[in-house]
Design a binder for this molecule. Sequence first.
Ligand code: MF3
Ligand code: CO
Length: 247
Amino acid sequence: MITIKTKEEIGLMRKAGELLSSCHKEIAKRIRPGITTMEIDQFVENYLKQHGASPEQKGYRGYPYATCASVNDVICHGFPSQRPLQSGDIVTIDMVVNVDGWLADSAWSYAVGDISPQADHLLKVTKESLFKGIEQAVVGNRIGDISHAIQAYAEAEGLSVVRDFVGHGIGQNMHEEPQVPHYGPAGRGPRLREGMVITIEPMLNTGSYKTKVDEDGWTARTVDGGLSAQYEHTIAITEDGPFIITL
Ligand code: MF3
Ligand code: CO
């Protein structure tokens, strides 16, 4: 069942979204060669606590950390680690923030120091593909219109779209209906209605879209070692168009 949120409920989600967005801006200031993703994770945990919020991912289905930190060929769900980030790395930090029981979910990919032209292109296209998807998140469209817009743009830019992980409805639960694939035909899937809140979170790869999961049961990587990036926002469908809760 797809839950419809009232304006008041969307207002509560906006509080979580604003805090999440300000947290990403703080992370952006701190990303540099030498910092570890464990330090970033600690920072996030403290930052959320100080602001009366909590990291929803920690403990979710046994996930051990506040953030997912996915470096280079890791697509998503990477564990924060003690390995210092190096110039040339790309890293995706993903988190879900809980304020008074209402959630917001957003991931940003960051460049560490100087990155290759290929990595730079991947970051730019992945971010742009998210916004191509958001443009389609309007009342009366279908989920497939979002999916198709992302896939068409990403593939035209020579990148592949991960199939094994998708966006989702969100509210008082991290994962609600509907699923939001980032590939597939336009004109299919559930119709978008006012008050739906979904994530759009394309993961694009430089090589194959196929994934494999490490023995830790979480870390998802590209099968061929190619790079992967992700940008994610939480979006409310409103009569005035898509409202980006985590902008
Ligand atoms: N933020 C992720 C999403 O976009 C969820 C991460 S899985 C978790 O759906 F277990 F780490 F929470
Ligand atoms: Co997320």
